[in-house]
Design a protein around this ligand. Structure first.
Ligand SMILES: [Zn+2]
Length: 242
């Protein structure tokens, strides 16, 4: 490194290309990171996907449900570590300004925040990589995350579930794996419509209704799986009409 000379470091991943620049950052928990900006030919890094099709209905209780009926639990790291966080914050506020103890408590608090962020990132990376590796077509609702965050009752839960970051990762990994992420407009009544016959159910507006039976064709539905199937159908229709 310029000015500081050679440093020992742990390499997180391999790369094959020209280094453009390096940035050293220090986190609030006093860890050092070197980020390298590398110029690589994207054609050398393209991967194959397994060619599947999947529709996802994202939620707050469960992270998402797919059209096959699989449910992925929401890790909710903020919710889980909230007590620890509040305790660490309270302790910090009691420490005398500019004291050694205050500085030590500041790092303890930063570690709790770091744990929350890392848990979230780890979960999202594993999930988005798996989705892009297995599927050619990934259908999701195009959620207005910013708009939904304006609802104060939901803001913390939505931030904790981090849909924005989920969609961002899906988009950039889709390029690497050559898959398509299709966003379906939210006004589409994905959970109210029978995925089998197209009947629109007007009585299941309540979010607490998890199961319903279509009065027209008699199909028993899981609310979220039915929504995921509709999202996939809509995405495929959009794709074919494009
Ligand atoms: Zn039906």
């Amino acid at each position: 490194m310029p000015k500081i000379g050679s440093i020992r470091f742990e390499r997180s991943r391999e790369f094959n290309g020209r280094i453009l620049n390096a940035t050293i950052t220090k986190t609030a928990t006093e860890k050092y990171f070197v980020s390298l900006c590398v110029e690589e030919d994207i054609a050398n890094n393209l991967r194959q996907n397994d060619g599947g099709q999947i529709g996802l209905d994202v939620g707050l209780k469960e992270f998402c449900t797919d059209n096959y009926g699989n449910t992925i639990a929401n890790p909710k790291p903020l919710h889980r570590l909230n007590k620890k966080l509040t305790k660490a914050q309270r302790k910090l506020s009691r420490r005398k300004l500019d004291s050694h103890n205050r500085n030590r408590q500041r790092i303890i608090l930063a570690r709790v925040y770091e744990k929350i962020t890392n848990t979230r990132k780890d979960f999202l990376h594993k999930l988005t990589t798996q989705l892009c590796r297995e599927n050619q077509t990934i259908a999701v609702e195009s959620l207005n995350v910013q708009g939904m965050m304006r609802n104060h009752k939901l803001a913390q839960a939505i931030a904790d579930v981090s849909w924005g970051e989920f969609f961002r990762q899906l988009q950039y990994k889709a390029i690497l794996y050559g898959c398509e992420v299709i966003k379906v407009p939210t006004f589409y009544p994905s959970s109210q419509m029978c995925c089998n016959c197209g009947y629109k159910n007007s009585q299941t507006k309540d979010l607490s209704v998890r199961q319903w039976t279509c009065p027209k064709c008699g199909t028993a539905h899981d609310r979220d799986q039915n929504a995921a199937i509709n999202i996939l159908h809509k995405a495929l229709a959009l794709k074919n009409s494009a």
